[in-house]
Design a binder for this molecule. Sequence first.
Ligand SMILES: *[C@@H]1O[C@H](CO)[C@@H](O)[C@H](O)[C@H]1NC(C)=O
Ligand SMILES: *[C@@H]1O[C@H](CO)[C@@H](O)[C@H](O)[C@H]1NC(C)=O
Length: 449
Amino acid sequence: MLSIYVLVGLALGFAACASAQDIVAGATWTDTSGNVIQAHGGGFLKVESTYYWFGEDKSDNSALFKAVSCYASTDLVNWARQNDALAPISETMISTSDIVERPKVLFNSENSEYVVWFHSDTSNYGAAMVGVATANTPCGPYTYKGSFKPLGADSRDMGLFQDDDSAQTAYLLYASDNNQNFKITRLDTDYYNVTTEASVLTGATLEAPGMVKRDNVYYLFASHTSGWDPNANKFFTASSLSGPWSSEADIAPPATRTYFSQNNFDMPLGSDAIYMGDRWRPDLLGSSRYIWYPLDWSSGNPQIVHADVWQVNLGAGTYTAASGTSYEAESGTRSGSSTLITSSAFSGGQGVGYLGNGGSVTLNNVQGAGTSQWVALYYANGDSTWRNTTVSVNGGASVLVDQPDSGGGDVILSVPVKLNLRQGANSITFGADQSTYAGDLDKIIVYSS
Ligand SMILES: *[C@@H]1O[C@H](CO)[C@@H](O)[C@H](O)[C@H]1NC(C)=O
Ligand SMILES: *[C@@H]1O[C@H](CO)[C@@H](O)[C@H](O)[C@H]1NC(C)=O
């Protein structure tokens, strides 16, 4: 008898473990201590079997420098915060009244040294420099060497790329010349300075780059320049870092503005990669979210897979997108001032609008598994501002879910919320108990974990 209970316990334990491995873009990601992960504009480095995530700590909701954080993980899902990699130093270019963004770290095997590069600026973004600091361990703390303009020209919103040649030549990827020209410039053998330009994409107006090499082709990923607002991120290819570079192409449907995100890093995963982006929230920077999706080459070109919930298998270099059950908003029970909307952008050709401020819709017979489950809300919010929607399960207390502006009333985005669903039928109500308008609801997808 006992062994049966032990087996059941193991089975349940395994299930709990499996659900903890989900990657859910746009959710509030917490570290192993339960604190919100503060590693915006991040960079990643793998050391043996450990991944390190370096990023901007924006917990003060300020653009000014607080710390370059460092987190460690072996699965890209469970992250433990380490000591800060870089802290402010007064009377330097990295004081608490300066800007330190987009830290990217390389390991220099010749010197057995870790080197972090970052965008280094004054509070008005007028300096346009890179900063460099070094350490003997992945999280440091790093020793600041200084900030400078590479080859005397501007550098903003940069990335790094380390090639796989025997010298492990590294490159700075950056917006230059007042963000007009995008440059790829070689680093010296120490990774302390730049030496010569490899490529200039003249007039490209790109920033926030990442790079992946696949079958001897270099793939450059970057956003255009629209401040904190998202835009349609692009990819470019070349067989040499000296170019020529292909013309730009989309990695996601352009109207979604890269699912409301901006590239910060692109990590190889087997023959595919992981797109790692930021969903910036300029009025509440510390609540900016992480948008990670599989970047899949099966079409021949890298394309983001819009997976609400997915898992990564690092050993196999593969990913699995979870499938869920859809429930259309138009099949729900509307009340108050909510209305049916007809639009080909909505699945089934319809959705429900005028939710909130007296309008609501209840989706009935939503099948649950008697556990806490991810539910993706597909919506459109044509405002230029963020909205939010209340969500109540079986008449329980409402939770509020943020809905970034989708960039048009016919552009559908999804945001995740974790809900406790009972086994069998549930009723979920959207837009009740709020005096502001929620986004227009297209459908929801309920995932099994
Ligand atoms: C970095 O390289 C530039 C161009 O070669 C040079 O002018 C500058 O002095 C170097 N900086 C340092 C700190 O070595
Ligand atoms: C919800 O959205 C409204 C705008 O639609 C905004 O005024 C309000 O502050 C938001 N509430 C929260 C808690 O974010």
